[in-house]
Design a binder for this molecule. Sequence first.
Ligand code: 3HC
Length: 312
Amino acid sequence: MAFASVVLKRTLSHSAVMSSAIKQVTIIGSGLMGAGIAQVAAQTGHNVTMVDIDGAAVEKAQKRIGASIQRVAKKKFKEDESAAETFIKEAMERLTTSTNAAESVTSADLVVEAIVENLDVKKKLFGELDKVAPEHTIFASNTSSLAISSIAEATNRKDRFGGLHFFNPVPVMKLLEVVRIPETSQATYEAMCAWGKAMGKATVECKDTPGFIVNRLLVPYLFEAIRMLERGDASARDIDTAMKLGAGYPMGPFELADYVGLDTASFIVNGWAKGDPENPLFGSSPIVEQKVAEGKLGVKSGEGFYVYNKSK
Ligand code: 3HC
């Protein structure tokens, strides 16, 4: 009898949040992606807590968000300065920060993790949060290279677990990949899609396969361009020009590889290669590995395939 009432209570509290919108969001990680997700969530009316164990990283993220939201407001409100100011003020008021992940999830409807791409670290985090987050809270990872199922293993809420994969720059890119694992409930999937739409994103449904949709096509394309350079078939600059002017891409593959980060690109293919070493599309590149070893990671480090103005 007691067991039945606990089950009923859990089912009710679970379905209660599913039928009401996600309002309170915790974003774990204040890097490029975490900060971007937190910013867009705050801009679209959600109460957001952005968490990072590193207080300095949180401060840096707040500065980045401040600069980015100015650009968004300028575009959205054009000459209406007072409307732009109100938009920025209200969004920033909805955004709080914390260095304590466990404390930050106690009233969250949704937790989105965007921390380092390390399975053990992610599992440890979610395992700990699973013990303290409310029953109804949905957990999601923004991982670009790890299996969502492997991360969800650490929790007892696989039915309320999924992937929410955003694209950089988050305030600009309109897509959100919503990833289901076999255990993800229909209610969870629908709540994640509804939240994506409330964030102003178009959603696509993805299975938990390497790279989901976009990276599975994009990353092999980037490495194919790099192999073209390695063979001496064309220069990086010409390949970029060709793909921008001949295929209408906003950035050429070398600009995009630098923008994504060469360490990230290398990490993604190397991770996939572990699971499927024979797949020729999952090969890395000597040039990329060398640049990563030298700390030439792309835009974020000031140099990758191109050299950037570090003060930018
Ligand atoms: N925040 C807010 N607004 C921004 C912004 C940011 N960080 N970056 C650009 N914008 C907006 C601004 O409104 C800006 O206008 P402004 O200069 O007047 O403020 C407008 O976009 C145009 O930006 P720019 O003039 O700086 O440059 P572009 O016109 O070249 O656009 C770009 C920049 C949007 C990044 C475009 O080049 C692009 O779409 N590139 C491709 C990006 C891409 O493919 N991303 C996906 C990467 S893969 C990924 O993220 C997955 C991961 O798992 C690896």
